[in-house]
Design a protein. Structure first.
Length: 187
């Protein structure tokens, strides 16, 4: 089973929860292209479920932006280390396109989860999905060529790829913009 399969399992449960007791704890967040959901130095105290748009998570290394992930509709975005450890994030989360996301504070979520087993199920689905994605990402980085990494990204996210600047894609893939241009020219 893939990351995408697991995410699809969670969608009906999330929709049902949004119309139930969780609804009172959810806020809709709208971001314009370029807006930040979180900046380095802030503590991430919420989970965000992306409804529309694309976000990127990145950190700075010697003033260079290194993209760690893209977040697409039906994904959850947070900075886990900041959320769990209650410490300032070293990452940024920024909208690549206009976005809409549902926000729930971690503290509220934890309280609701104690009373609602459906929330526990959704959390388990997303943690398994995240673990699957992370394993695939690490495997891809370590064992696939730049061309194979681009193909995987293109094959799995082709409906979004044209909305992501090539410099971001190159950073995410760990290659230069010139290498990415050659890969794209040969496809």
């Amino acid at each position: 089973m893939t990351y995408f399969d697991y995410i699809q399992k969670a969608i009906p449960k999330i929709e049902a929860l949004l119309n139930g007791e969780v609804e009172d704890y959810i806020r809709v967040i709208n971001l314009k292209k370029g807006d930040y959901l979180l900046k380095a130095g802030q503590i991430c105290d919420s989970y965000y479920f992306v409804q529309t748009g694309i976000l990127r998570s990145y950190y700075l290394k010697e003033y260079k932006e290194i993209i760690s992930t893209f977040t697409f509709p039906n994904d959850i975005v947070t900075i886990f280390k900041s959320t769990v450890m209650h410490e300032p994030s070293n990452e940024y989360i920024q909208a690549i396109t206009d976005c809409s996301a549902l926000k729930i504070k971690v503290i509220d979520y934890e309280q609701l989860k104690l009373k609602n087993t459906d929330l526990q199920d959704v959390e388990n689905i997303f943690f398994i999905a995240y673990a699957l994605w992370l394993e695939e990402r690490l495997f891809t980085i370590q064992f696939h060529t730049a061309q194979e990494r681009y193909k995987f990204l293109f094959d799995n996210y082709k409906i979004y790829i044209n909305n992501i600047p090539l410099t971001y894609i190159a950073s995410y893939l760990g290659i230069t913009i010139e290498t990415l241009s050659r890969i794209r020219a040969n496809q």
